[in-house]
Structure formats: structure tokens, C-alpha cells
Design a protein around this ligand. Structure first.
Ligand SMILES: *Cc1c(COP(=O)(O)O)cnc(C)c1O
Length: 419
């Protein structure tokens, strides 16, 4: 459930009509709903009520906006970060260091040092090499890093190839068949306390079965590690729960996920860590855009909007579907190709899409844009970075300024020897 609804013929975010935001901030602009973020956080946490000891760490990469992190931090969420840049955002939003988990396959030595010095709660080590390096860095400082070892369980998440992370040939984690031996090697090193295992098999999962398969393998591994004399107190189950992008699409509810987790993990006797991203932020945001022009096509017309693949990359990256609708629908419909202004055919949001009838100057939204939206923006075609707005009841605030193309150009230099 979200708080983007049409009232009196005009789409609102909570109690704010979207045309008011477009008039004040311009388009394209991401619009997030505080009530929706809070609702999603609450529903996810309530779904895990039967898990006695847990940390829910929001996957910052899905939406790293400081105001969004502030809202979620106040809901009791920690942060799953994949760079020091994300760690600094989580800390700046007031999330306690001990509630921060650091994932990622290529943490640099400088990042490991910064995270150690910040006192984060957990490092999810992705290779034997990384574990050895972290142990040396921590031991040299007389510190102990709290760690889990990320396991690649060789499970097909059944999602898009580019967001699958748990198959044997993906770059993430250590192969489950070598996990026991690597765990043994790393657990003997000073500087790290290897206290558990972690898994994250992919994103936008439409089915709980691959998750259950991965968790089952992890449970067996925990048993084997304990059998080998290791103390296992923490297991990180990652994120990945999918969200509906299409009207009427049905995905596993957080409650069903929570029930499955409670059942599979009931005898583990560990603290569980969760890293949800999309399921919290996805449907808490829309990308508000204005129609530049409608161009005649060979078959269907092209509705050219002022948002483009640099603002919302998912359709170009993954062929992803985003529901598209008018802010002030008249009831009339059309079939159109929805495209942005960028000089790439990849800058296409949809072909042959049935949608509300739109004309030049009309406002429209791409829904389910709160996760992996603004965070993936670029300045391709010298378009600048899109603005972001947070709505709370009948008020709204700009929570990320539009960064104009000129400001990006100002950071560039022409050396004097070219003049
Ligand atoms: C991306 C990512 C997540 C979040 O995935 P969602 O599908 O957004 O829930 C969690 N953990 C790790 C390690 C990730 O890379």
C-alpha cells in the first residue's frame, strides 16, 4: 500500500497535489512519501515479530537520500552499506554505527580503515583475501572487527541476470563448498571475530522458494561450522524481496516472508540481520515528469517526457517496467511509446504501452521509483542531477537540490596548456 492516490481528479502524494510540487521545484523530480516509507518499515518489522533477536538494516544503495535515511532510522532501522560514502550518509542521518553493516565485494583498504574507525557493527567479508586484509588492518590498530563470511549458496534467484547475486559464477561471497575451509582459516586470525555467515541472492525476487533454499543451505552450514568447533552467533539473510511494479501484480507479502524465516531459522539460536531495500523504498516514491511533446510515430505516437534514462535507469539497464500514468487523467486512453530526450534508443521507458491520453505540457508519473531511482542517476547528455522531494501530510520539502548541468561543468578544468 502507498500514499499516491488520485483525489478530485488530481494525483496527490499524501495530501499534496503533485502539480504543486512541479510548479515549485520543476520537473523531472522524485517525490517520496514519508507515510509510505514508515508504513513499509513497520510492516516489514512486524512480519518478523516472531524472530526474537534481529537487526533490520535498510539497504542504503536502494535510496541513499539523507531525509529518507532519517525517516527509516527513526523507525528503528539500521543500515546496510556498500561503500564508505554510504556509511557516511547513514551516520549523518543519525543511524548508530553499531547498527551499520558493511557489504560489498570490493571494499578498499581505505574503506576498511574508515569503517573500523567509525566503529560499525559488522563487516560482511566477501572473500578469504578481504578477510586476511581486514584482519591485518584491525590487528595493527589493536582492534577487533566483528565479521560474518558471505556465502555464495549457488541458488538461482529466478530474477533478472543483472541483479542475481547467489549463483556460483556471480562475483559475490565465497563458494558454499569452500566455506568451511575458508571460515577455519579466517577464524584463526587476530583482528577479526568471525561470528557468523551472510547471504544475499539477488533483488526483486518474485518467489520465496529460492530464498528458502538459500536459507536452508545456510542453516546446514551453520550446523557444520558448529560441528567443527566454531561459535556462530549471527546470520545475515540479506534483502531481495520483490515489489509489484505492475497494477495487479502479486508478490510475496512481508508476512509470508517473515513466517518462512521464522520456520526455517527457529532452531538456529542466532541474531538475524536483514537488509531490505526495494521492499521498503520502491513504492514509496514516484518520478514526476512533464510531457515535452507528442510526436507522430509510424505506428504509435511517441510521448516524449522530460525525464530520461539518466534520471531513471532501470528500464534502460534491465528492461524494467514502471507503471506510467497521468497526474490529471481525463479518462481517455492512448497507446504510446514513452521515451525520454536522450540520444540513445535505450532511453525508452515503454513501447506500445496503453496509458492515459497525454498532451504536451501534461504531468505524469513513473511509479515504484523510490528504490534504485535517483540513486542510479547520472548526468549523461549534460542533463544535471534530478531533484528529490519528501512529502509529509500536507507539507513537502526539497530533500535533494537539482544539480544543474552548469554546476557539473564548473567542476571541470581546461589546463592552461590547451589555451
Ligand atoms: C542490494 C543489496 C541488498 C538490498 O536488496 P533489495 O533487493 O533492495 O532488498 C541487500 N544486501 C546486499 C548485500 C545488497 O547488495
Amino acid at each position: 500500500m502507498d500514499h499516491f492516490t488520485t483525489k478530485g481528479g488530481v494525483m496527490h502524494a499524501e495530501d499534496v497535489p503533485l502539480p504543486r510540487i512541479a510548479a515549485a521545484v520543476g520537473t523531472p523530480v522524485y517525490v517520496y512519501s514519508r507515510a509510505t516509507l514508515e508504513r513499509h518499515a513497520r510492516v516489514f518489522q512486524e512480519a518478523l515479530a516472531e524472530v526474537p533477536d534481529k537487526l533490520v538494516a535498510f539497504a542504503v544503495k536502494s535510496n541513499p537520500n539523507l531525509a529518507v535515511l532519517k525517516v527509516l532510522g527513526r523507525q528503528g532501522m539500521g543500515a546496510d552499506v556498500v561503500s564508505v560514502g554510504e556509511m557516511r550518509r547513514a551516520l549523518a542521518a543519525g543511524i548508530a554505527p553499531e547498527m551499520i553493516v558493511f557489504s560489498g565485494v570490493g571494499k578498499t583498504a581505505a574503506e576498511l580503515v574508515a569503517a573500523l574507525e567509525a566503529g560499525i557493527g559488522q563487516f560482511n567479508i566477501e572473500s578469504e583475501e578481504e578477510g586476511v586484509e581486514l584482519a591485518e588492518i584491525a590487528a595493527a590498530r589493536g582492534m577487533t572487527a566483528q565479521c560474518t563470511l558471505r556465502i555464495n549458496p549457488d541458488v538461482d534467484a529466478g530474477t533478472h541476470d543483472k541483479i542475481s547475486t547467489g549463483k556460483a559464477d556471480n562475483k559475490f561471497g565465497v563458494p558454499i563448498g569452500e566455506a568451511g575451509q575458508i571460515f577455519g582459516t579466517l577464524s584463526r586470525l587476530p583482528g577479526i571475530n568471525l561470528r557468523g555467515v551472510a547471504v544475499h541472492i539477488g533483488s526483486q525476487l518474485a518467489d520465496l522458494a529460492p530464498l528458502e533454499a538459500a536459507f536452508g543451505k545456510l542453516g546446514a552450514l551453520v550446523g557444520a561450522l558448529r560441528g567443527a568447533g566454531h561459535t556462530i552467533t549471527h546470520v545475515d539473510l540479506g534483502g531481495g524481496l520483490g515489489v509489484p511494479y505492475r497494477v495487479g501484480e502479486v508478490l510475496p507479502e512481508p508476512a509470508a516472508y517473515g513466517a518462512m524465516v521464522a520456520r526455517v531459522t527457529k532452531d538456529w539460536g542466532v541474531k538475524l540481520i536483514f537488509e531490505p531495500g526495494r521492499v521498503i523504498a520502491g513504492n514509496a516514491g514516484v518520478l514526476l515528469t512533464r510531457v515535452v511533446r507528442v510526436k507522430r510515430g509510424i505506428k504509435d505516437p511517441f510521448v516524449i517526457v522530460d525525464a530520461a534514462m539518466n534520471d531513471l535507469a532501470r528500464p534502460a539497464l534491465y528492461g524494467a517496467y514502471h507503471h506510467f500514468e497521468a497526474v490529471e487523467p481525463t479518462g481517455a486512453r492512448m497507446t504510446a511509446n514513452i521515451v525520454g530526450p536522450i540520444c540513445e534508443t535505450g532511453d525508452t521507458f515503454a513501447m506500445g504501452r496503453e496509458c492515459d491520453l497525454l498532451e504536451a505540457g501534461d504531468l505524469a508519473v513513473f511509479r515504484t521509483a523510490g528504490a534504485y531511482g535517483a540513486t542510479m542517476a547520472s548526468s549523461y547528455n549534460s542533463r544535471g542531477f534530478v531533484a528529490e522531494v519528501l512529502v509529509d501530510g500536507d507539507k513537502f520539502a526539497v530533500v535533494a537540490d537539482r544539480i544543474e548541468a552548469g554546476a557539473i561543468m564548473d567542476a571541470e578544468r581546461v589546463p592552461e596548456w590547451l589555451d
